[in-house]
Design a protein around this ligand. Structure first.
Ligand code: COA
Length: 585
């Protein structure tokens, strides 16, 4: 079918729907919802069989939904209505939630139901992690079913009220900041954490801190630090620890409140955001740092962790938004080197839920006194890490992607001997949209995996790739079909099997020999120098589009029109959507 996606942004779920429908042979195009007239024009131009809105913050005009079936993905169970469904799910402590695919109608979220799916709500995850994982899985299931039902030509969608037992309509209002406010003098730790998780990653919890107003982003439990409620107690790896009435929480990122008429603000690691305002606080390492090895039962936050099980080492890391600053790359490299000093046969890199990595930290770069220099240091720190992975020849290294990876973060994964990926992950192995040539030794690793032609296509087209498609083209080796919560244990089982497999020792010897052969042909340093020469030229050219693209990205500036590669583009599996005149269905 010809399917037009309409979305407020080409966000993670929209990317996944776009790529998954394309994999199934549909012709898919995308139009950003930037106004009724451009949308009308896109519908006229593409004459789609079906319109699907995976993430839409505005209403589709009546003349479009009365002439075309428009399916709206609502991130709430059948009967749920309103713009803040997931915020309410977390606020009310729901353990199960759902996604409903509705037909657009005159009533917001009130249309007939084409399909729905349920999903669990794990107790400790933030809202955007929930959205990119459990909700995304449920949304895909419901969208695919709805598309199939529409294609059958016979399915009649059901009014919400008659869609099954327990589906009474529940309209929940916009989730105001007043509901998110933390009362440090009385809210117990669990309440504070729930408020922080319900606001993560956006909009954050507005709060007063050190005489100024900030949005708090992210929240994690602390085991032992205690103090006067509301007081800052310590820093750790850029995060700050703040006392509650019965414990303390770690807050990784802050964003200053935007002043009236002032420029948009953006998130930064908390200690960096506070800068000189930060009082003298102890830097309290997590138990077991820098490697991050820890005793079972501890909840305290750290963004890098290590543990071993038999012959397998697991080095996991979780950076907000998957962004890796110079400092984060360096800490991960230190931990990686320590992990490599352990007597293991297999080292798993990653394996946590959600983002694997999205490359260099564009927000930290944007905030730097000299963004060009910070870009340069960040890419070098990324390259040092990638180089360490590429030159590990005494064990097998596995990248385990529980969630999405993009740009240099996707290339970091490719440095490992094997890439394992959760079935719901979406990969964006390209840099073009940020105006960059890219580094992370991608000119070595990407063609090595997919061939020169495919590498050129992936980087030029700059489209998202599903895990299944990535497996087909050799970008990943293993697709792990698990829930987001079970991914870690599934990886552990696969890794244990790999470590004890009869061919593994020989595989390690062969990889060492292959690395030596490749090095003799073209040294790794040559790839790095060539890539970095291009990156340097971009970073230090104030007129290079990268600087404006980065500034717009971190401030979430809406594009003025739908990018051409999405409008005419389609996922790597299918044909472009250009309207019926260009080809038969
Ligand atoms: N630096 C800083 N922040 C980043 C980031 C990066 N490299 N990549 C993602 N983020 C942040 C986003 O700003 C967003 O923040 P929010 O939660 O406050 O809204 C969050 O991570 C999630 O990203 P988002 O864009 O909402 O996710 P998505 O799944 O819709 O899109 C990407 C994912 C990777 C396609 C998109 O984030 C992107 O293009 N990132 C930049 C990649 C890049 O160019 N890296 C630099 C070159 S190596």
């Amino acid at each position: 079918m010809d399917i037009l996606l309409v979305a407020s942004a080409f966000n993670s779920l929209t990317q996944r729907v776009f790529a998954e429908l394309g994999d199934r042979g549909h012709r898919v195009g995308l139009e950003l919802a930037l106004g009724d007239d451009p949308l009308r024009e896109a519908v006229r131009r593409t004459a789609p069989d079906l319109i699907v809105a995976p993430m839409l913050r505005t209403a589709i005009p009546p003349d479009i939904w009365s002439a075309h079936v428009c399916l709206i993905v609502h991130p709430g169970p059948v009967g749920d209505r309103g713009p803040s469904s997931l915020d309410w799910a977390i606020h009310t402590g729901a353990t199960e939630w759902g996604v409903t695919v509705l037909q657009a109608s005159g009533e917001m979220d009130g249309g007939a139901v084409w399909a729905s799916a349920r999903c669990p709500v794990p107790a400790t995850v933030g809202k955007s992690d929930l959205y990119r994982n459990e909700v995304s899985d449920a949304a895909l299931e419901a969208v695919l079913l709805a598309v199939e039902r529409f294609a059958s030509g016979t399915y009649v969608p059901r009014p919400q009220e008659t869609s099954g037992p327990g589906t009474e309509v529940c309209v929940r209002p916009y989730f105001e900041q007043s509901l998110r406010r933390v009362d440090w003098a009385s809210d117990p730790t669990e309440t504070v954490l729930r408020k922080l998780r319900g606001a993560d990653s956006q909009p954050g919890v507005l709060d007063g801190l050190l005489e100024e107003e900030w949005y708090l982003h992210g929240g994690h439990a602390e085991d032992s630090l205690r103090g006067r409620p509301g007081e800052l107690l310590a820093t750790r790896s850029g995060a700050v620890c703040r006392a509650t009435v019965d414990g303390a929480v770690w807050i990784p990122e802050l964003r200053p409140r935007r002043r009236a008429g002032g420029p948009a603000t953006f998130k930064l690691p908390a200690a960096l955001a506070l800068g000189d305002r930060l009082p003298a606080l102890p830097e309290v390492a997590a138990p077991g740092e820098p490697l991050g090895e820890r005793s079972a039962g501890l909840r305290t936050w750290s963004d890098i962790r290590y543990h071993e099980d038999g012959q397998v080492g697991f080095l996991s890391f979780t950076f907000p938004g998957g962004a890796m600053s110079t400092e984060q790359c360096r800490r991960l490299l230190t931990a990686y080197r320590l992990a490599c000093a352990r007597p293991t046969t297999v080292l798993v890199l990653g394996g946590s839920r959600d983002f694997f990595s999205n490359g260099i930290h564009l927000n930290v770069i944007e905030a730097a006194a000299d963004p060009a220099q910070e870009s340069w240091e960040n890419i070098n720190a990324m390259d040092d890490l990638v180089e360490a992975v590429l030159t590990t020849t005494d064990r097998l290294v596995v990248s385990a992607l529980g969630g999405n990876a993009a740009a240099g973060g996707a290339m970091l994964a490719l440095a490992a001997d094997q890439v394992w990926c959760r079935s719901g992950a979406v990969l964006n192995p390209h840099y073009r949209l940020m105006g960059l040539y890219g580094s992370e030794y991608w000119t070595y690793t990407l063609p090595r995996r997919v061939g020169t032609e495919q590498a050129e296509r992936l980087t030029r087209r700059a489209l998202p790739v599903t895990a299944a498609r990535a497996r087909e083209i050799g970008l990943v080796d293993v697709v792990i079909d698990s829930t987001p919560q079970d991914f870690g244990s599934a990886v552990a089982r696969h890794a244990a099997r790999l470590a004890s497999a009869p061919g593994t020792q020989q595989g390690i010897s062969e990889k060492k020999a292959a690395r030596e052969r490749d090095e003799a042909l073209t040294p790794l340093s040559t790839y790095r120098e060539r890539e970095l020469a291009r990156m340097r030229a971009t970073f230090f050219d104030p007129g290079a589009p990268y600087h404006a693209l980065r500034a717009a990205f971190v401030r979430k500036v809406k594009p003025s029109s739908t990018p051409d590669h999405l409008r005419s583009g389609t996922s790597p599996g299918a044909q472009p959507l250009t309207g019926h005149s260009s080809g038969s269905l």
